[in-house]
Write a protein that binds this ligand. Structure first.
Ligand code: SAH
Ligand code: SF4
Length: 350
């Protein structure tokens, strides 16, 4: 295993300092940054604008790759593709690209596995394996952009909804998005990012204080504490009232709409009563509800409700004037749907 530090873990300022220490002219950092984030070079040899000695020094000092693609799978007639990577430390990560018409949404992971243990989620079943560094989060994006670019397509959105709980790896996740947002580099607009959290209240508050333009999605799934704690164990620590209060403060502070995600499970949280309660809970909220029919995962017996039942649930929310959409399942045949990302050790990398 290489001990070199990953170049994508460094901010532009940090790289500037290093190049200064190496007595390189000031413009080198701009060239390096453009090479990494505009030309998407991931090998020092590609930096032909640099003298050979500098290319050599970069290769001696930095790694340009730390997550390695192991397997690529396709579904939905090629419109959904999932890549399994292995980190240098041997941890699995999955990343999914979904195409719908002209739109290309990339779903990235913030952790390998997840420690939150939501009962219906396959990533939760894996347990927590590792936090990803900002550079490893960035590498997932650059890998897919190299692919889409070669097919003359561009990414429309990046959602941090893959493996892991991003607000449990807050600093690295935000550093990654900041670096991807940098106008002199990758220049991906803040409003095209979405972070989805299970509801880590102190981090929602911290995120609100930063007043970022990044979209926020909250995985709610139930409108009363008894049911939510059963589905999402972290609810015992941050119950619904505290969560909703933090969300209301977020909207007040940022003036930005929040999305609430609700995985619909037959005979569990798909009742008229839950819909009514959700309607009252979100009354007057600048928000949007995303209904996600449950995707099947190993070890969880729940099922998605019928289409009729889903539409009835949606109708109740609309009667409460809450904008609401139903997420179309994608990538199910290759376990690339929401909550299906999991790599179990016995099936790993064989
Ligand atoms: N940890 C974060 C982000 C990753 S999960 C979070 O929980 O928000 C991304 C979304 O997939 C969440 O809304 C989650 O509730 C949902 N999800 C998890 N398991 C699912 C399943 N089996 N079917 C459908 N959606 C699921
Ligand atoms: Fe973790 Fe999100 Fe899955 Fe819950 S739903 S176990 S928070 S990845």
């Amino acid at each position: 295993m290489s001990n070199l530090s990953l170049i994508y873990d460094y901010s532009k300022e940090e790289l500037r300092e290093i190049l200064q220490e190496w007595d390189e002219p000031a413009y080198r950092v701009e060239q390096l940054w453009r090479g990494l984030y505009q030309s998407l070079w991931n090998n020092p040899d590609q930096f032909t604008v640099f003298p050979k000695s500098l290319r050599y020094r970069l290769s001696e000092q930095f790694a340009f790759e730390s997550i390695f693609p192991q397997r690529e799978t396709f579904a939905d007639r090629g419109q959904t593709r999932k890549v399994l990577f292995q980190t240098q430390q041997g941890n699995p990560i999955e990343t999914v690209l979904m195409q719908a018409g002209e739109r290309h949404t990339l779903c990235i992971s913030s952790q390998s596995g997840c420690g939150m243990g939501c009962v219906f989620c396959a990533t939760g079943k894996m347990g927590f394996l590792a936090n990803l560094t900002s550079g490893q989060i960035i590498e997932q994006v650059l890998y897919f952009v190299r692919l889409t670019r070669s097919e003359n397509q561009t990414l429309s959105n990046i959602v941090v909804m893959g493996m892991g709980e991003p607000f449990h790896n807050f600093e690295q996740t935000l550093r990654a998005l900041d670096r991807l947002n940098d106008p002199s580099g990758f220049c991906f607009g803040e409003r095209r990012f979405t972070i989805s959290t299970v509801g880590i209240v102190p981090m929602i508050r911290e995120f609100a204080r930063l007043r970022r333009q990044i979209n926020l999605a909250i995985s709610l799934h139930a409108a009363d504490n008894e049911l939510r704690s059963q589905l999402v164990p972290i609810n015992r620590k941050y119950p619904i009232e505290t969560l909703i209060e933090a969300c209301r403060d977020y909207v007040k502070l940022t003036n930005r709409r929040i999305s609430f995600e609700w995985v619909l499970i037959e005979n569990l949280n798909d009742s008229f009563e839950q819909a009514q309660r959700l309607g009252s809970l979100l009354k007057g909220f600048l928000c949007h509800v995303n209904l996600i029919p449950l995707n099947p995962t190993p070890g969880y017996a729940g099922k998605a409700p019928s289409k009729k039942r889903i539409l009835e649930f949606k109708k109740v929310l609309e009667q409460h004037h809450i904008p609401c959409t139903v997420r179309i399942p994608r990538g199910i045949s290759i376990h690339a749907g929401c909550g299906q990302l999991a790599v179990f050790h016995q099936e790993q990398f064989h």
